[in-house]
Design a protein around this ligand. Sequence first.
Ligand SMILES: Nc1ncnc2c1ncn2[C@@H]1O[C@H](COP(=O)(O)OP(=O)(O)OP(=O)(O)O)[C@@H](O)[C@H]1O
Ligand SMILES: [Mg+2]
Length: 451
Amino acid sequence: MDKVLIIDDDEWNRQIMKETLKKEGYTLFEATDGESGIATARKENPDVVITDYLMPGINGLEVLMELRKLRNNMPVILLTGFGDVGLTIKSIQMGAFDYLEKPVKSSQLKTVVRDALNSVKVSSSLNEVIPDDISTVLVDNLLVGKTPQMKEIFKNIGRISMNKVNILIQGDTGTGKELIARLIHFSGITRDKPLVIVNCSALTESLLESELFGHVKGSFTGSIRDKAGKFELAGEGTIFLDEISEISLNTQVKLLRVIQELEFEKVGGEASVPMKARIIAATNKDLEELIKQGKFREDLYYRLKVFTIGLPPLRDRKEDIRDLVVHFLHKLNKRFNKNVVKIGDGVIEMLQEHEWQGNVRELENTILQAIVMSKADVLEKENITLIARRHSIVESSQGEMQFKTLADLEKYHIKRVLDDLKWNKVEAARFLDITRPTLNAKIEKYDLKQD
Ligand SMILES: Nc1ncnc2c1ncn2[C@@H]1O[C@H](COP(=O)(O)OP(=O)(O)OP(=O)(O)O)[C@@H](O)[C@H]1O
Ligand SMILES: [Mg+2]
């Protein structure tokens, strides 16, 4: 029989709760203050505890903290004064299962206790998934991945981190480009040198140039002193140029010069400064396509991609999802002071079926939201909200195709051309007037298959 402990100094209130819960068939224990309540809990190991907040001696939150030490997944329900918003927030932050406002309604009491008991049952049927404690720094920079694609990437990082070739990281949004850049920087010869990150899309052309190369005093209004640019600050370390596709053609020319001549001039200055940093550039765009459109210089492209790392979208490495979930539970529990250490049945399968347009970042946000919403120590389906699959091709009533986005149209067109040409990719690429690699990239991106 399930055991419920009630801690409250108010005799009348205890009486009412006892009567309600007795009818539900629970075994009841009671205490009139925090200390004796904790003593009873230690002796009887109740399944659920209900505690008042304001009592002589220690208060309900202190009781909660002590009970946590006793058994981590013991649900504690806090009784709060009506409308005491501050306290209810605090109690949930500190890990109370739920709170009930006084005077307690018997129907609410029954529901909350039943929910709490349920959560204990689910919890005790599952094992903890979080590994032994490792340091926060390590957790934050850990790169998870056991699929062959990811292993191959790790191997390549091993190869390239011991010299300073320029690297281009390509991958859809949220696939981990910045994390990879950090890993390359911190695992090789640049480890003890600076890592400087520049988001190329965040600045206008002239600001970006002064940001990259620095400027001398008086070179433009407002430049009241010399300023070192990011290339200078990176020294012999790494400069990470994020969203490289966003830099203007003018700046591209200047960047190309830096790479070729290994030196640069500050804006408004004459003396040249040597460039010794390794450049890692990242993009979620198809640079070859931009070259075709005249928006990106081909010569710069080849200078940047001495070595290329292509990060696969998450939906192509579903086997990593479980490890990623465990990793994020570990990382986010710490950050948000939660204790979700178990994974409910069917959760991983559900996550593996999702499309993950936003890739690993979307997964991380989903887990974060679920952690924040969970009352107990289990990651459960009910707390996971998945962004609905993006609307794709819709057939109208007349049977003609309607496309929501340009990408949908492109996908449909490429598939039709491929099918018409019996998947002869050379011919399809020629017909579509794109290169073979671009065609391959699109086939992969849209997950096209021969019927
Ligand atoms: N393999 C991985 N293991 C652990 N965490 C990961 C992994 N890949 C990505 N992440 C996490 O997912 C989030 C997004 O990663 P990151 O910022 O590196 O992506 P990105 O490709 O740079 O995205 P964007 O194109 O939007 O800039 C980060 O919090 C990162 O720590
Ligand atoms: Mg990024």
